[in-house]
Design a protein around this ligand. Structure first.
Ligand code: NDP
Ligand code: HEM
Length: 482
């Protein structure tokens, strides 16, 4: 006979009953002194934290990064030195849907990695696309509002989506990606990840480079057609969450090859595209991808809430050897994420095991709700009591000179900057005939929603005409406007 443990309350006190509340006689009212019942009901009411304001639906897994090539000439970051192995946690997500929405919706996919390095946490909070819809954080909340629900009827509204996109021509590249079948990946295992932004790398001598990350799936790209994705939305809304969990459980560990594009620091100023504009890629003919290693996901979470829901990624977590670039979107994100975590999880979110660095923390921040870490005296700096001291030399390569007038402005255009040239290259040079046909039919399907007005449909056609007349023509035909 197996011996079962005795139920306890959360204070470890043996529980009086798993079935009956304390009452005055079998049929009588309940007593306030039933602490066990009250603790259960009160705790249940506090089981949720606010869902992420974007990327609410997701899943994740633990893994390891292995660096196989020597890139010490470009960065001194410990995690990218040849032979280094770094544990990581990766969370995949959709963007616009609520927690509980369907995994197979047409949407970019979040691809957020936390590396537990020997220099503290390094987070790359990217997507499965190398670009984004906008290039200034001023527009982010408006963009997201247009993709989520209306204020009046709480419904998604494709008219609202196209209104934003057609008034924001910088969205054209990302919307092209989104409307191809890459907007509905077959699984999280069968898509690439990208750091998307340009970041700064600096080596031990202080030489600086700009870098972009590409995580190429070793499983190969696989997508769903629009009708396959819609069918799964109805029959198995947790399809991607299940796929990842089951694959890792059966030992089929997915992996990604880690590639980088590296631009010399000085080349940025007169590169043909603004290298910090998040709506642009760096064409491979200019900056080929270099393989530096690989990571694998090999362990499922044991507690979804503790490890996935409470995981907190922040683009501001940059370790020595890596810095921010002047990409305005990245700059906005450096503020936004830790602010979101303080609201969603609480000010001590970094003390939770999933977010905790795997190195000793010697911070002068302490106390606050749910404190766990033990601060040590002295609790202030500077001090003469032998407390921790910052080491500016670790960041000496990060510095560069910037000057300018304080201004609200678009980026100054580089020689070939244009919102349509790169999506046009995608249409003309990269997409197959089938990809193009699906792109047209996916756009037509999306813009045929009953709430999309005829006037808006005309604007949709004009938007795609800017990229290529064949694309615009196909969309016009599909919408009955040719
Ligand atoms: P390349 O021909 O060197 O690269 C094309 C890129 O597109 C490859 O990374 C390819 O890699 C990817 N690709 C292939 N099929 C699709 C698809 N259906 N949807 C999206 N991406 C696809 O050309 P360039 O570097 O000059 O880029 C041309 C255009 O390709 C760009 O304007 C951009 O739209 C797109 N692209 C470019 C990337 C870059 O970093 N340079 C990255 C991704 C896309 P894979 O099949 O492994 O995804
Ligand atoms: C999540 C803000 C742009 C990828 C979030 C969250 C916020 C946010 C507030 C929720 C965080 C949380 O509660 O845990 C912003 C702002 C942006 C921006 C202000 C632009 C100014 C981007 C871009 C990318 C991106 C460009 C990708 C390249 C992600 C991902 C998540 C996320 C992957 C989910 C992380 C996770 O799995 O927990 N974003 N975002 N975001 N964002 Fe952004």
């Amino acid at each position: 006979m197996t011996t079962r443990p005795v139920t306890t309350d959360d204070a470890g006190i043996p529980a009086p009953s798993d079935e009956h509340s304390l009452s005055v006689g079998p049929n009588g009212p309940l007593l306030l002194q039933d602490h066990y019942l009250i603790q259960k009901m009160a705790h249940f009411n506090r089981e949720r934290v606010p869902e992420r304001v974007v990327h609410a639906k997701g899943g994740g897994a633990h893994g390891i990064l292995q660096i196989t090539e020597d890139v010490s000439q470009f960065t001194k970051a410990g995690l990218f030195q040849k032979g280094a192995e770094t544990p990581l946690f990766l969370r995949f997500s959709t963007v616009a849907g609520e927690n509980g929405s369907a995994d197979t919706a047409r949407d970019p996919r979040g691809f957020a990695i936390k590396f537990y390095t020997e220099d503290g946490n390094y987070d790359i909070v990217g997507n499965n696309t190398p670009i984004f819809f906008i290039r200034d954080p001023q527009k982010f909340s408006d963009f997201i509002h247009s993709q989520k629900r209306r204020a009046d009827n709480h419904l998604h509204d494709h008219n609202m989506q196209w209104d934003f996109w057609t008034l924001s021509p910088e969205s054209a590249h990302q919307v092209t990606f989104l409307m191809t079948d890459r907007g509905t990946p077959a699984s999280w295992r069968h898509m690439h990840g990208f750091g998307s932004h340009t970041f700064l790398w600096y080596n031990a001598a202080g030489d600086k480079y700009w870098v972009k990350y590409h995580f190429k799936t070793d499983q190969g790209i696989r997508n769903l057609t629009a009708s396959e994705a819609q069918a799964l939305t109805a029959t198995d809304p947790d399809y991607h969450t299940r796929d990842l969990f089951e694959a890792i459980k059966r030992g089929d560990h997915p992996s990604w090859t880690v590639n980088v594009q590296i631009m010399p620091f000085e080349a940025a100023a007169d590169y043909r595209f603004n290298p910090f504009d998040l709506t642009k890629v760096w064409p491979h003919s200019d900056y080929p991808e270099i393989t530096i290693g690989r990571f694998v996901l090999n362990r499922n979470p044991e507690n979804y809430f503790a490890e996935v829901e409470q995981s907190s990624f922040e683009p501001a977590n940059l370790v020595p050897g890596i810095g921010a670039s002047p990409d305005k979107m990245l700059q906005g994100r450096l503020f936004s994420y830790p602010d979101a975590h303080r609201y969603r999880i609480g000010p001590n979110y970094l003390q939770l095991p999933i977010n905790q660095p795997r190195v000793p923390v010697h911070s002068y921040n302490f106390d606050g709700p749910m404190t766990y870490r033990n601060p040590q005296d002295p609790v202030y700096a500077p001090n003469t009591a032998g407390g921790p001291a910052a080491d500016p030399s670790l960041y000496s390569g990060e510095h560069y000179h910037v000057t300018g007038e304080i201004i609200r402005s678009a980026y100054i255009k580089h020689a070939e900057d244009d919102d349509y040239v790169q999506p046009r290259a995608l249409w003309e040079n990269v997409l197959s005939e089938t990809d193009r046909a699906h792109l047209v039919s996916n756009i037509v399907g999306h813009a045929s929603a009953p709430e999309v007005t005829t006037d808006m449909k005309r604007r949709v056609v004009a938007y795609w005409n800017n990229i290529h007349k064949d694309l615009g023509h196909g969309v016009a035909q599909g919408l009955g406007l040719s």
